[in-house]
Design a protein. Structure first.
Length: 501
């Protein structure tokens, strides 16, 4: 249905795509794979009209096309679910879904009732129990991802591009999405599926297309290809999965949390986290697993002082009780939090690598009351080297780097504060298998240096790969705790399922 021929795209002289060719088949799930920076998202933005300026040509339904903007692409029947959420925070779910394609009455006014009803149908189809009038800003990242999917399903598109559609949604929602994809395949639609989760690709995809360093490498039928074979095609070399070798148990407690609770911001009779108590040892990696809405992110944010007015309970660092009323208090106590959404809460994308790394330690980088450019450069270069951040220089803009390298900048920013406790919320979301292994190596190295680490992840293999101990959350409470030797996917998932389901 769609053919790309010799697509080349450059940004400021840097070649992002170099003579890329591919075919997208109707009635098939076409998986596009490659490392971060391979050019996948850039290619999809060309196909969907985001980037109208490129060399090469596109044949759509056997006719040459060149979309000037996304609206033209949508009108032609090409829809995209972006990896980077493309929603207006202070509009409602309904307003976001119908933005630019509003339903009007015969008098030319907005038919709000019709749009609301249609939104409710889409949300029910995706099993997202939310009021269509809910503001996007009040939704979690995973819920926003489902709204993005609903936006794409609104149009009766022939080509649906899904760029990391499951990066922030729960296993239950993934199952619903796969049911929808199966139906779309039966309807002879073209599904373009981009994901770093190889297990998903082998469940849902029919064909694979490999991009590497901006070039098309290989394509074909996924049947008969092994995961290891696919990885080798992606990276051009063999990747060995990182595993925790020896579980750490420490007599020295870095963090002690006692009876921590967090009131709901709107419903004062409800609690988002409920009476949570646990300890973390020096050099220990504590994995925290739970389905969406379990309270994992709220737990880390509460420990870090983001919700002090609604929180109760006691927090101790190194045996000393802390009065954490703000993130500044948490940082002074030796805490660091790498947030779930690195682009929104972890980075200033329009600033360079150096400034982003130095943001947390400005007081230490002064000379005579003024920021020292030399000290900033020395610090940023140290972490660029230590963490293997791939950048042309410390002056490159953060937004120009791949997801894995952006995540390393966020880690560098916090490691510069010399923390005792590092909290990681979905640290490998949206990054490729090689970049994940680099992050795992770093986590294990920091653990060996004595850092206490809490790792929140939706990916069970990730939890099982690096943790010493696993806490399982559901409905704001800790439902189970397993030493890593007793933790399995089955018993973790069983504990994670809310009793109300």
């Amino acid at each position: 249905m769609l053919v790309a021929e010799n697509i080349t795209k450059k940004f400021s002289g840097v070649t992002a795509l170099d003579n890329v060719c591919l075919e997208l088949h109707a009635g098939k799930v076409n998986a596009i794979i490659g490392e971060n920076g391979a050019g996948k998202s850039t290619l999809m933005k060309i196909l969907s009209g985001v980037y109208p300026d490129y060399d090469g040509r596109i044949l759509y339904k056997k006719e040459p096309v060149r979309f000037k903007n996304t609206r033209q692409a949508q009108m032609a029947g090409i829809s995209i679910i972006h990896q980077e959420l493309n929603l207006i925070p202070y509009l409602s779910i309904t307003e976001n879904i119908f933005l630019g394609r509003e339903i009007t009455t015969v008098w030319g006014t907005l038919d709000k009732k019709k749009m609301r009803v249609k939104t409710l149908e889409l949300l029910n189809k995706l099993k997202l129990r939310l009021d269509p009038d809910t503001s996007i800003s009040s939704l979690k990242v995973g819920e926003q991802q489902v709204v993005e999917i609903a936006k794409a399903l609104l149009t009766n598109a022939d080509v649906i591009i899904m760029d990391e559609p499951t990066s922030a949604i729960s296993e239950k929602e993934v199952g619903v999405l796969f049911e929808i994809i199966t139906q779309l395949r039966k309807d002879n639609k073209v599904i373009v599926y981009i994901s770093h989760k190889l297990d998903e690709l082998f469940k849902i995809a029919d064909r694979y297309i490999v991009l590497r360093d901006g070039k098309s490498i290989e394509s074909g039928d996924l049947n008969g290809i092994t995961p290891d074979g696919l990885i080798q095609r992606m990276v051009g070399r063999e990747i060995k999965n990182i595993r925790r070798r020896n579980s750490v148990t420490s007599n020295e407690t870095i963090l002690a949390v006692e009876h921590l609770s967090l009131k709901h911001p709107f419903n004062k009779t409800d609690e988002q986290i409920k009476n949570i108590s646990f300890k973390l040892g020096k050099g220990e990696i504590l994995g925290v697993f739970g389905l969406m809405g379990a309270g994992r992110t709220e737990l880390l944010e509460t420990i870090f002082g983001l919700h002090a007015k609604r929180a109760t309970g006691n927090i101790s660092i190194g045996g000393e009780q802390q009065n954490i009323q703000s993130p500044a208090d948490a940082i002074r106590a030796g805490m660091a939090l790498v947030p779930e959404d690195r682009k929104k809460n972890g980075l200033v994308l329009c600033l360079d690598v150096k400034i982003n790394i130095c943001l947390t330690t400005l007081q230490d980088l002064q000379s005579l009351g003024l920021l020292s450019s030399k000290k900033e450069s020395t610090l940023s270069k140290k972490y660029i080297s230590d963490l293997g951040i791939k950048t042309s220089s410390e002056k490159q803009l953060a937004q120009r780097l791949s997801g894995g390298n952006q995540q390393k900048i966020v880690l560098a920013k916090w490691l510069a504060t010399k923390p005792k406790l590092l909290m990681l919320d979905e640290p490998t979301r949206g990054i490729d298998v090689h970049a994940k292994n680099e992050i795992y190596k770093l986590i294990l190295r920091l653990s060996e240096e004595g850092l206490g680490i809490i790792l929140v992840s939706s990916e069970l293999p990730e939890i099982l790969a690096v943790s010493d101990r696993v806490l399982v959350m559901a409905e704001g409470s800790i439902r189970a705790e397993f030493p890593i030797g007793e933790a399995t996917e089955d018993n973790i998932l069983t504990a994670a399922i809310p009793k109300t389901i």
